[in-house]
Design a protein around this ligand. Structure first.
Ligand code: F0G
Length: 458
């Protein structure tokens, strides 16, 4: 028999978890105004709010914490990270930032002006927020297949070339400072972009004189999917695939809290010296000097090590294998999810799960609260609350996909936890017909409301 994969590490340190009662959870979620972000983490049993900054570092990464050089300028940890980025991604210029949205803030300050247009594949909410804050507009050019959760398409993160070309034809190139390719595409379900699509999209960008840039938060998981799903890449290493992916773009913003398996950090990687020089000014203003940009030296060391570990095949096979394991369990109960399962999370289709809850009452949020009360499992709504209001009309934007995301932290939970989550959801699935009411908003922020929104049961 062929041996199955298994985690290429063993566990050295554990953190105990408290198993609360349903009664306690009902009280806590009410006190949290039915916003899962407001819960204390010790009131959560399995925390799938995000895979961002929640991974377990290796002993090598913890060693880097002790080796950190905290010099204000030119620290050795900075140079270690610079060398890793230039070798792994082939990008000669880089700026550290404290996390991904900070990289967006710095780069967009150098690039985006009022009325600009930024096409891409389902921009992440902070990305869109930083675009709209500058009174520019993000246009989603993701392929239509991404919106049909039951359709198996191997690369649902792909950009529709026709939609993209329509944008390039409609607006002058002076109004389109960049095109953002998000790898993997978080919002559409942690779905990968194929190498073929990266090549075609960037070729189209070149034809129209537009700069292609990666939102690279989950670039390694994207490369893993290319290796296992795309013809011609089966014998290449993940690191070789990563190098090829980055060879087609001019830059990237990175949230290191995902595929680099650190608890905090980010960076901008660039090919062009002039743009780097321009971005340096904003980095110094918003983040810190160009050799630390909001990160401690020790954190840059751990990040360099994490980039290396996070692009190893055995690790990725176990990591993405665990996400698929949860997806398989849910599918076996008949629970509707975004197919196929993505890199970092399983996305439950809340529209199909709770058809008796009106969309005006936030179906995915309702399912998220149900799951928390049922089992102490915390997911996150990727639906109407996240989609926010139209900045001009202030009307709710109802997205095509209304999802509950179960994001799996890296190297943290076991498959027993996955079984526990699956049974919890199956229990709710059994009684889904009886769930007919959701929530209404009591208060909300003017932008990125989902983090702080307060709700009441209808
Ligand atoms: N881009 C993508 C694709 C992301 O998923 C995130 C964060 C960011 C940018 C921003 O990075 O958090 O370091 O500032 N996603 C987290 C999530 C928050 O839960 O998916 P950040």
């Amino acid at each position: 028999m062929e041996l199955p994969y298994a985690e290429p590490y063993k566990i050295k340190v554990v953190e105990p978890l408290y198993r609360s009662t349903r009664q306690e959870r009902e009280k806590w979620i009410k006190e949290a105004r039915y916003n899962l972000f407001n819960l204390r983490s010790d009131h959560v049993f399995v925390d799938l709010l995000t895979d961002s900054g929640t991974g377990a570092m290796s002993h090598m990464q913890w060693s880097e914490i002790m080796l950190g050089d905290e010099s204000y300028a030119g620290s050795l940890s900075f140079h270690k990270l610079k060398d890793t980025i230039s070798e792994l991604l082939g990008m000669p210029y880089f700026l550290p930032t404290h996390q991904g949205r900070a990289a967006e803030n710095v780069l967009f300050s150098a690039l985006i002006k009022e009325n600009d247009i930024v096409p891409g594949n389902s921009h992440f909410d902070t990305t869109k927020g930083h675009i709209e804050y500058r009174r520019a507009r993000a246009i989603d050019c993701t392929i239509d297949e991404a919106c049909n959760t039951s359709e198996f398409h191997p690369f649902k993160g792909n950009i529709d070339l026709q939609k993209l070309e329509d944008v390039f034809k409609k607006y002058p190139k002076e109004q389109i400072p960049l095109c953002i390719i998000t790898v993997t595409c978080n919002t559409s379900g942690g779905q990968p972009v194929s190498m073929q699509n990266i090549k075609e999209v960037t070729a189209l960008c070149r034809k129209y004189g537009i700069m292609p840039v990666f939102d690279a938060a989950r670039f390694a998981e994207n490369a893993y999917f290319i290796k296992i799903r795309e013809k011609g890449y089966e014998n290449k290493t993940v690191k070789e695939i990563v190098k090829e992916m980055f060879s087609y773009v001019d830059g990237a913003t990175m949230s290191s809290k995902k595929d680099a398996i650190v608890n905090i950090g980010g960076f901008i990687a660039l090919r062009d010296k002039a743009l780097y020089d321009k971005a340096c000014v904003f980095n110094i203003m918003y983040e810190g000097f160009i050799t630390y940009g909001g990160m401690a030296g020790r954190d840059m060391g751990a990040l360099a090590q994490g980039l290396d570990e996070g692009t190893e095949f055995d690790y990725l096979e176990a990591r993405i294998g665990q996400v698929a394991y949860l997806g398989d369990k849910l599918r076996s109960f008949g629970i509707p999810i975004q197919e196929p399962t993505g890199g970092h999370a399983v996305f439950v289709d809340a529209k199909k799960f709770l058809p008796n809850v009106p969309k005006e009452q936030y179906q995915a949020q309702t399912l998220g609260v149900e799951l928390y009360v049922e089992a102490g499992v915390r997911g996150v709504e990727i639906g109407t609350l996240l989609a926010d209001r139209n900045p001009i009309t202030r009307e709710n934007r109802y997205p095509v996909l209304e999802l509950l995301r179960l994001a799996i932290p890296r190297r943290v939970y076991t498959n027993n936890h996955m079984d526990y989550i699956a049974v919890a959801l199956a229990n709710i699935w059994e009684r889904r017909e009886s769930i007919t009411k959701g929530f209404h908003i009591v208060s909300e922020a003017p932008i990125m409301r989902h983090f702080t929104v307060e709700l009441e049961r209808v």
